[in-house]
Unconditional design. Structure first.
Lengths: 737, 252
């Protein structure tokens, strides 16, 4: 037997699928670049006994209709990649709805194992299952688990192993599943005396199925990846994807004919009728095997919802929660930030100690100013990032995100978006990249593009360092949280306006339905949340270690080279000589020397590459109140927003002649007015999103035009708005210190 | 009314055509009528003259044609006869729409008023009487298509009995209250009868478990008045009000 087995995890959203995945694979996961909500294909590994399992976490879906891109991805994976076993995770406290997907998988005739997850919850809600009988009725083994406690995992792995053995025997030489009953059922006849029940759809439908599938047989289509009965059924359900795939006009005609006939006879569209029959089959099976012992009228979930989605309390609670999230991110993050700052300060000191004090070695400058200053300045914000992602993960896993969409849909609908767009927008507060990927849950392309376009306006975690640098530098303590909150709100408002504009101009079109599950509240699983936060933190650190390190070095080089022209350097050297031999007190000498060094450094920066680019941009920067130093930092910010901070650090440490430990914030305070500070934040909020965002927009919208539109449009908007604010602010006298 | 009784079938067709053209595009020209009825311009002129003589229309060459008040009543009567017949053929006899239309066209001229009213009453009766109903008609449609009756006669009768009991419990024969999900307030319950609306929304709603026959309860309305949260099959689902509009329910 081949000792490698591929498993696909399918299941409804909120069925605890990801928890099972984490439980099975632990940290041995291979996630795409950005995990986000499970939109990407996540793979995990597990060795059990002598078998190596590759476990693929499919996106959560309610059916195989291919209604959204996620559902299509899941369906295509199952059909075309033919995993050895498919494990369908069901929320057993909400069995009927969850069985709908299971029934469709059964119809696909794939080797299937059902997992009745959250069985503890089901028991608490008073459900009792006759598992044996139900598995007989459905024709596949059922394993009970409690995902977040890790219960039933061994059982699950054993069942999968058995199923895999059989399914491997079953596969014919060319890798097809045999269309007969799985042999394992016969082989383990004592344990699973299962018969696969086909759902009978009633004479009318069955007749049309036969008619279509025989036509398909003649066309040789059914022999391929699809089971002919299944395909016929899907065609009757008017599945756009498959109808496009079946290019034969005779089949097409027959399908149209069948559909209109069924509509006439049954008075319903076939898809509604078929879905009804499936649910009929499910409720029949449940009637025989599920007993509800107690009736709980109001679960805790209902009580929470009473407050959280309350007519009057709902919105304030929502805004309060958002505010709390940002407040905690800021305050709780502060102490660890100081530790990290101190650590890098100490590290800089140690490394600086390797050279004599007055050495102006390039390597020393590279290490201390370039690398430690740049990377350290970014890593400082790791606590903030982790806390924000922690909060988002908790909100998501607890089920509150769906309520947020529920509360916000009216407003989102008004601006032409979908309540669900709200979730990617919220993730956008963490990072635009996973947020843009999370838009895959949106079924309409217009909604998706509009959402992608405005996501960069949600202040991402990388912009937080900029705010965290600027706000305390220019504003009194009591203004910190409101200021931060205000900046986020400005972003949201702009997003709203732009979305409305887009949806009523370039992206005109009707909006799509808001049929969304509101899952019961659950305590987030610590392991899941931690894996999630760790993944984000790891990515941030990776970014700091790679892109930002690289950019820091480039930026440092841009500020260090080409250096002062020889004549200039000689002039400063002469001035220094003069003072050294001059007749002054030591103290005075030192001060004079320092001031000269400062001037020299500034002159050097002015002639450097960065300085020249910054200077070149000055005509554009001036109306916004920015000088060339800020301009240079903004160039760096395109690579990654947090580079702005690192870059400012480098710029100001170059002119750092006196060794008093003046922090960057203090330097900024003395160099700019609070108005400029605010303008910096505003510009960074709106302007061109980072390179990674542009890249992901290009990929997700499948069009470089949208990516360029996002880049150019937002930058232009940032310029205009910042200029207006600065000019207006200066006019009413905010520009003075 | 006296005059219309003496109208020939062909003149009635003209009245009908004029009526439809007026509702479609306000003004009627002889050319439109000729095209609609597939007759020559000359015969249209003749027919119009004859209608004008009977005081049913105002007609002068090169002027727009309009109904007199008695002409309008006569036209409406013809149209109604047509519609009643067509609906009966489609809804009760499960005949295809095109065939139904054609037959109605031929029969509308000769059918006496009394019998026409009976057609209407019968259609209503079938809908209301527990021994009839939608299912009964669907069963008839099945019978016509397949030449046999659906199984489960006992089951069907049992269900009918249950229905009758429920109705009498709720106070009388016509107590079944139809409503739309969109009109329900928090706390109200209903059984899904039918789901209409654009296909894609439909499919999604049904797939999420809102199937005909399932019981749903409105839990709450979002703070801004939309969407609504409903409970179906033991879980919570949210829909916008305009989507809920297409779900026909029986109040429980």
């Amino acid at each position: 037997m081949n000792s490698h087995v591929t498993i696909a995890l399918a299941g409804n959203p909120n069925s605890g699928k990801t928890t099972i995945f984490n439980e099975l694979t632990g940290a041995r996961q291979h996630v795409g670049n950005y995990p986000g909500v499970t939109v990407e294909r996540k793979e995990g590994f597990r060795t059990y006994g002598e078998i190596r399992f590759t476990i693929v976490d499919l996106p959560g879906t309610y059916s195989l209709t291919a209604y959204s891109e996620e559902e299509l991805a899941a369906r295509n994976y199952i059909i075309s990649e033919k995993p050895d076993v498919i494990v369908d995770v069901l929320d057993s406290s909400n069995l009927e709805r969850n069985l709908y997907l299971a029934v469709q998988l059964i119809e696909l005739k794939v080797p299937l194992v059902l997992v009745f997850n959250m069985s503890d919850m089901a028991k608490a809600r008073g459900y009792a299952y006759d598992i044996e009988k139900l598995s007989l009725l459905l024709g596949c083994p059922i394993v009970e688990t409690v995902g977040h406690k890790g219960k039933g995992m061994k059982d699950l792995l054993d069942t999968i192993t058995k199923m895999a053995e059989k399914s491997k025997c079953e596969k014919t030489s060319d890798g097809e599943y045999s269309s007969t009953l799985p042999v394992f059922l016969k082989a383990r006849s004592r344990e699973y005396r299962l018969r696969r029940h086909e759902i009978a759809y009633g004479k009318e439908i069955e007749e049309e199925i036969t008619r279509i599938s025989s036509l398909l047989g003649n066309n040789g289509l059914a022999a391929g990846a699809y089971d002919s009965r299944w395909l016929a059924l899907k065609l009757l359900e008017n599945d756009e994807q498959l109808r496009a795939l079946v290019s034969s006009s005779t089949v097409d005609e027959q399908v149209d004919q069948s559909i209109s006939k069924i509509e006439k006879v049954l008075g319903e569209t076939p898809e509604t009728y078929i879905a009804g029959r499936r649910y009929g089959f499910i409720s029949g099976a449940c009637l025989e095997t599920v007993r509800s012992t107690i009736e709980i009228r109001h679960t805790i979930s209902d009580k929470i919802d009473f407050v959280v989605t309350h007519r009057f309390l709902g919105l304030p609670v929502f805004l309060g929660l958002m505010y709390l999230t940002f407040h905690l991110t800021f305050t709780l993050g502060n102490p660890p930030m100081t530790w990290i700052e101190d650590f890098f300060g100490w590290l800089g000191g140690v490394i600086g100690g390797w050279w004599p004090a007055e050495s102006s070695s390039l390597l020393k400058s590279l290490l201390i100013d370039g690398i430690i200053g740049g990377v350290g300045g970014v890593i400082v914000f790791l606590p903030n990032i982790l806390l924000l992602f922690l909060a988002i993960a908790i909100l998501e896993d607890s089920g509150y995100m769906a309520r947020a969409a529920f509360i916000m849909d009216r407003m989102m609908h008004k601006i032409g978006l979908h309540g669900k767009s709200f979730i990617p927008m919220l993730i956008g507060f963490g990072c635009s990249v996973p947020a843009i990927m999370a838009t895959r849950t949106l079924e309409s392309r217009r909604d998706r593009i509009a959402t992608i376009m405005i996501i960069p306006l949600m202040s991402c975690g990388a912009r937080l360092p900029i705010y965290a640098l600027i706000i305390p530098a220019f504003f009194p303590q009591m203004w910190h949280a409101p200021m931060l909150f205000g900046i986020y709100i400005i972003g949201i408002l702009l997003a709203v306006i732009i979305a409305k504009l887009l949806r009523s101009t370039v992206l005109k079109g009707e909006s799509i339905p808001f049929v969304m599950e509101l899952p019961p509240y659950r305590l987030p699983v610590l392991k899941g949340v931690l894996i999630h936060v760790w993944e984000r933190g790891r990515l941030y650190l990776k970014k700091a270690g790679t892109i930002i390190l690289g950019i820091s070095i480039v930026m440092w080089a841009m500020t260090a080279f080409p250096g002062l022209p020889a004549g200039e350097a000689a002039r400063f050297e002469m001035m220094r000589q003069e003072i050294t031999i001059g007749n002054m007190t030591d103290e005075k000498k030192a001060r004079r020397l320092a001031s000269i060094e400062n001037k020299e450094a500034e002159a050097a920066l002015r002639t450097s590459i960065a300085g020249r680019i910054g200077h070149g941009l000055e005509p554009v920067l001036k109306p916004m109140g920015f000088d060339w130093k800020i301009g240079t930092a903004l160039i760096g910010a395109f690579a990654a927003k947090e580079v702005f901070v690192a870059q400012m650090g480098i710029m100001y440490s170059v002119g750092d002649a006196d060794k008093e430990s003046e922090t960057l914030r203090e330097k900024l305070r003395s160099a700019y007015t609070p108005l400029v500070g605010f303008c910096i934040m505003l510009f960074c909020l709106i302007s061109a999103p980072c390179m990674a965002t542009i890249a992901i927009t290009m990929r997700e919208s499948n069009s470089w035009r949208w990516a360029l539109f996002q880049l150019g449009g937002l930058t232009l908007l940032a310029f205009v708005l910042t200029m207006l604010v600065f000019q207006a602010g200066s006019l009413i006298g905010l520009g003075t210190q | 009314m006296a005059l219309t009784g003496t109208l020939t079938a062909s003149l009635e067709d003209y009245l009908e055509a004029i009526y439809h053209i007026i509702t479609e595009k306000q003004a009627v020209k002889p050319k439109d009528i000729a095209r609609r009825l597939k007759v020559s311009n000359a015969s249209v002129t003749g027919a119009l003259r004859s209608l004008a003589e009977r005081g049913l229309i105002n007609y002068a060459p090169y002027d727009v044609i309009s109904f007199t008040s008695s002409g309008k009543a006569a036209a409406k009567d013809v149209v109604r006869r047509h519609e009643v017949l067509r609906d009966f053929f489609i809804n009760v006899l499960a005949v295809e729409e095109a065939d139904a239309d054609e037959a109605a066209c031929k029969m509308e001229h000769s059918i006496p008023k009394v019998i026409l009213e009976r057609f209407i009453q019968f259609a209503e009766f079938v809908e209301v009487c527990p021994r009839g109903g939608d299912k009964w008609i669907a069963g008839f449609g099945y019978h016509c298509n397949y030449g046999e009756t659906q199984e489960n006669c006992e089951n069907c009768i049992l269900l009918t009995l249950e229905e009758v009991k429920k109705r009498s419990k709720a106070g009388g024969q016509k107590a079944m209250k139809k409503s739309r999900l969109g009109d329900l307030g928090p706390g109200q319950k209903g059984k899904v009868l039918k789901i209409s609306g654009p296909g894609k929304i439909n499919k999604r709603i049904v797939e999420m478990g809102v199937t005909p026959g399932s019981v749903i309860e409105v839990e709450r309305v979002a703070p801004m008045g939309d969407p609504v949260e409903i409970k179906v099959k033991g879980y919570h689902l949210s829909l916008r009000k305009d989507e809920a509009e297409g779900i026909e329910i029986e109040l429980l």
